[in-house]
Write a protein that binds this ligand. Structure first.
Ligand SMILES: [Zn+2]
Length: 317
């Protein structure tokens, strides 16, 4: 059964006061981050009562996102519409506000229903080959117009549908973006997270909108750069089955990186949604440092997690 590498739960529990960060300049070493207080939170300040019933308009989102001061930066964004509460225009408003508030924006538009499993394959690959055969009949060939998996949330699919958007062509791990043609073109079957490296090399940022670090795909890039075990998966395409190396592990334990990233994170609050932004280089550096300190760092605690178990097994050899 195809499994999603990143789960975007909606959660808004960040502090009301913000910190702001200067972009990193000492790649790959951690850069000094200058902190200062940001503008006051937008959290329901003018609303009666608890304010949870406020309807957020597109202009509210534009004003909030502009506080992040990322209008000349490339970003990868992960979002939960539900975390915002009521938004006029829904996911379209969030996607469009992102598009006009960031220098360039990409979001994951992964398509897990293309996944197919051969009868046999690499050992310790977190795949039960015989059991997976039953699911192969559900696989659909990748199509550039295939909607993003519902597990990605509705905002990435909305961004993909913007007339200005383009999409990379990985049959499982594609990204869609605006003003991001060169970034998206770097993706290959062998290097699915190349667009993230491109953003990191351009001093780009990660923006988490109402989701936590379990949705933070850049941590997967940090894992790869730390030489953590990667997996092999397969996808159905119009040209047959293709092998997709470099498939990431499980992200369920990624929130453990939050304390290390907190000092480098800008936080604003829009209604019920905490919006957190941080330099992508810092995400990568902190991930690599965490794994260097503890090779089991950021793995999840689920006893039945096949990918985390495979990482642990690989470390025994
Ligand atoms: Zn896991």
């Amino acid at each position: 059964m195809p499994k999603k590498p990143s789960t975007p739960p909606s959660r808004g529990r960040c502090p009301k006061r913000s910190t702001t960060s200067a972009a990193c300049s000492n790649w790959p070493s951690p850069a000094r981050i200058k902190k200062k207080a940001c503008a006051p939170s937008l959290k329901n300040e003018n609303q009666p009562g608890r304010g949870n019933s406020r309807v957020w308009e597109y202009n509210d989102l534009i004003l909030a996102f502009q506080e992040l001061k990322l209008n000349n930066k490339a970003v990868v964004a992960h979002a939960s519409l539900r975390a915002f509460g009521q938004v006029t225009g829904g996911a379209d408003s969030i996607a469009t506000a992102l598009m006009y508030s960031m220098g360039a924006v990409i979001m994951p538009t992964h398509t897990y229903k293309t996944m197919i499993t051969p009868a046999s394959g690499p050992a310790n690959n977190a795949v039960n080959y015989s059991r997976a055969q039953a699911w192969n009949r559900l696989a659909e060939p990748f199509d550039p117009n295939m909607p993003a998996d519902v597990m990605m949330g509705v905002v990435p699919e909305s961004l993909r549908q913007r007339p200005q958007a383009s999409r990379s062509m990985h049959p499982i791990l594609s990204f869609a973006g605006v003003n991001a043609g060169k970034i998206l073109q770097t993706q290959t079957l062998e290097n699915p997270f190349a667009p993230l490296m491109e953003i990191a090399n351009a001093d780009g940022w990660v923006v988490l909108l109402g989701v936590d670090h379990t949705a933070n795909t850049a941590i997967h890039l940090g894992e790869k750069l730390a030489s953590r075990k990667q997996f092999t998966r397969w996808a159905l395409t119009e040209n047959g089955t293709v092998t997709c190396p470099g498939f990431p592990g499980c992200s369920a334990g990624f929130e453990a990186l939050e304390p290390a990233l907190r000092p480098h994170t800008v936080v604003i609050q829009v209604g019920q949604a905490a919006i957190r932004a941080m330099p992508m280089r810092m995400v990568i550096v902190q991930t690599m440092q965490a794994i260097k300190k503890d090779p089991l760092a950021l793995l999840c605690d689920r006893a039945d997690c096949e990918r985390c178990a495979a990482v642990r097994e690989g470390l025994k050899n």
